[in-house]
Write a protein that binds this ligand. Sequence first.
Ligand code: RNT
Ligand code: ZN
Length: 413
Amino acid sequence: MNAYERAKTTYQAIGVDTEAAMQLLANKPISIHCWQGDDVTGFDNGGAGGGIQVTGSYPGKARNFDELTADFMKACAMIPGKKRINLHASYAVAENGEQIERDKIEYRHFKPWVEFALKNNIGIDFNPTCYGHPMVKDNLTLSSPDEATRRYWINHCILSRRIANEIGKNMNDKILNNVWIPDGLKDVPADRLTPRLRLKNALDEIFAEPLPHVIDCVESKVFGIGVESYTVGSNEFYMGYAAGKPGVYNLLDNGHYHPTESTADKIPSLLCFFDKIPLHITRPVRWDSDHVVLFDDETREICKEIVRNDALDKVLIGLDFFDASINRIAAWVIGTRNVQKALLYALLMPHDKLKSAQNSGDFTTVLAISEDVKTLPFGDVWAAYCEAQGVPRDGEWLEGIRAYETDVLSKRG
Ligand code: RNT
Ligand code: ZN
């Protein structure tokens, strides 16, 4: 018997079907953020900002569409399962050196992405880019008191939604369009209400047009660098907004809450009220630092809530990390595989047994099983899954990236 066959029997003994688990995992798309490939730079002279920060200067970052897509495909060759690419509006592709303004973006600027995605059987998700731009005034966009500033970003978000819809139409799909704005204040506000009312009105304008190929969401947050005291788009604000606006969802980014707050716990709460929950899975280290996702307790707990509540179709998993201090392709591979590992780990738990133990008050069994599964041969199932998906196993993928580094990345200026 090989290692996988043995593992399969071991899991069978606790009532878990490893084949079914691998099947479910293979069908769950992960939306991989394009911005890990170029440190959130984009193609329009923008960059990070608005309270988010990329640190590190590892050589070889992608500088344009060709490099970014080549790097992304390199990563995809080492990531099992279904994939989507999550784009920001700042990744608009210019034709003949044109300068693309964010309030003038068009579908044609994203056609190359659609062709790329269709050719490689990858889905697309979309985001307006409301940061890293001179029209962000005093860290404010959609909630700005300045009419021209607000108007600029409302227009940008309206165009982004239309582009997402057009992408969806051309790909016969629904595209998640996520509005995140950096709006906030460094110091104690004199008025916390008026900016939120302005944001509410701006969102109403943005979401006014029915667009059948778009899934709308707003991303809540607690604070950012330089906006430590107040964030206009807080969790309560967006939760309330989404509750009152059918078709708009509150995206949960697990870097955006207080350090002891559990993002995993928010998932079953939202499942009582919403048919979709978009996620950004990331790793905050002391702040919303967007470190590469680990196969850690937090990620496993998030995945357990998705799996044991039969919410694989309802929770839209996106990633959001950016590390410029290590090989960027390896960062994609490590972070994405870790989310998939956490999903597989969750899929290999005897949830029915655990739930009925809890419901009959047998908390001893809950704790015993939850701990015992930690030493089951999970790694053998993961290895078999990678093999079945035609991607390298753990310990076998880094060499390919090293070769690419030598042949391609090191030659970039
Ligand atoms: C910022 C948000 C947002 C961005 C990306 C680039 O705190 O998490 O999702 O990281 O859109
Ligand atoms: Zn995010």
